[in-house]
Design a binder for this molecule. Structure first.
Ligand code: BES
Ligand code: ZN
Length: 432
């Protein structure tokens, strides 16, 4: 079994299948899918009507589980058209049962959309990154030691815990619920208060077609290279079977992912309180609708790509509070950029000596970093534990701070890493 945690969650409630990433459309219509070979076998076993099957090879420069070795894999993506998208939940359910993970398929509006996604994945696998042109490719150097060391001690785990506690207090932060909308609005207000009095800092909301919850961003405008953007993000929504069923059903989402939002907000606080003015632009983003299929980040990354925005690097913070394994920080290394992952690992060993950093894979597009990767932007995802040793209570009414001892001491490590990342990457004024 690849992922005991997910399997455990899957059997915990029959409804867990609704928590997988499927667009659940109302009316029967054809849908284009890309899926891996395992999910493709499940689709066939289920007798789901489909046609137009083609195969595409994608190389994945991922690190294999339990090794330090980077072993390039060749994966086949199957592209096909299903006759009735109303069958997707059944496929999701069956894949969940057979593979003990989420469906592992992506839905696309049409064949061209699907091909574009495949091409981007291929370009990445072959090292042809589409958007980080050589002129703006960052030098992954560690050369702002004094600045980083001055700011690190200002990060406070008690503040991180306070924010998590505040966020778990909403009935839920479900992307379609009233309280989910309010949680996002309140976050925007809180960030606007933090930005008050700074002409170089702004807060905006990003609306999404199809659901009411908005993504929220705080932008610190770069002094010398404002067009070069560093993104530090996490998802502000939460989910549980109860929240899917009832408007006020409980989905506290303390670890998943109030912890990520609280971690990045503490980095934001320390940066805003300091007199440091980044050379590059730094954006902190709380994504809406991640739990429904990376919806918020998908929209944002696609918009940035269509506007040719130069995103120099993306750091995803999703689950930082639960200390479940000997590994302090686990760098997820699929759907990420291996050069930036190495930089993040170097930052950890430089600024967090004594911590154990290991690598693991999700095996599927498990969080918002994958939305950026799909658009050709370099993304990394430092995660709370080795796979299978992470918080088993996520997506349930039990995902509260007591599951991690009512302390944010583990999350603080991620705040330190993210601060080092922001300052080291944000300080470099690129040579022109
Ligand atoms: N925080 C999780 C992702 C995760 C869970 C990573 C466990 C590593 C270990 C995220 O919020 C999530 O639930 N993702 C979904 C997939 C997404 C596309 C809806 C998942 O993993 O089922
Ligand atoms: Zn989740």
């Amino acid at each position: 079994m690849r992922h005991p945690t997910l399997a455990r969650r899957a059997t915990a409630a029959a409804l867990a299948t609704t928590l997988c990433a499927t667009a659940l459309p109302a009316a029967a219509a054809p849908a284009w899918l890309t899926l891996d070979e395992a999910a493709w076998r499940v689709l066939q076993q289920q007798g789901i009507t489909h046609d137009a099957v083609e195969r595409h090879v994608v190389r994945t420069p991922a690190i294999e589980r339990g090794t330090a070795q980077r072993s390039p894999r060749q994966d086949t993506l199957v592209l096909l058209r299903v006759a009735d998208d109303g069958e997707l939940p059944r496929l999701s359910l069956a894949a969940h049962d057979a593979l003990h993970r989420c469906g592992g398929f992506m839905a696309h509006a049409n064949r061209d959309d699907a091909l574009r996604t495949i091409q981007r994945l291929q370009a990445r696998g072959e090292g042809r990154l589409s958007r980080t042109a050589a002129a703006t490719a960052p030098a992954y150097t560690i050369d702002d030691e004094a600045k980083v060391q001055k700011l690190l001690p200002r990060l406070q785990d008690t503040r991180i815990l306070d924010t998590i506690t505040q966020l778990q207090g909403y009935a839920n932060r479900y992307y379609r619920s009233q309280t989910g909308v309010k949680a996002a609005d309140d976050l925007a207000q809180r960030w606007a208060d933090m930005a008050a009095g700074r002409s170089d800092v702004s807060v905006s909301r990003f609306g999404h077609p199809g659901f009411p919850q908005q993504s929220v961003m705080l932008t610190v405008r770069g002094a010398t290279a404002p067009d070069e953007i560093i993104v530090i993000g996490g998802h502000l929504d939460s989910i549980s079977p109860q929240a899917v069923l009832r408007p006020k059903g409980r989905a506290p989402g303390a670890d998943d992912d109030a912890s990520g939002i609280a971690t990045l907000q503490e980095v934001m606080r320390v940066i805003l309180d300091s007199n440091w003015k980044p050379a590059r632009t730094i954006q902190f983003i709380g994504y809406a609708g991640e739990e429904a299929g990376l919806l918020g980040s998908k929209d944002i990354a696609a918009r940035y790509a269509s506007e040719n925005k130069q995103v120099v690097g993306v750091l995803q913070l999703d689950m930082t509070a639960y200390e479940g394994s000997a590994s302090d920080i686990t760098l997820i290394s699929d759907y990420t950029d291996s050069a930036q992952d190495d930089f993040v690992a170097a930052l950890a060993s430089h600024y967090l000596p004594g911590l154990t950093v290991t690598r693991d894979v999700c095996g599927y597009a498990c969080s918002d970093h994958a939305s950026w990767t799909a658009q050709g932007y370099p993304a990394s995802f430092p995660f709370e534990a080795s796979f299978g040793e992470d918080n088993p209570h996520i997506h349930t009414t039990k995902d509260k701070t007591d599951q991690f001892g009512n302390t944010a001491s583990h999350a603080l490590k991620f705040a330190k890493l993210a601060l080092a990342y922001a300052v080291e990457l944000g300080s470099d004024a690129p040579a022109r």
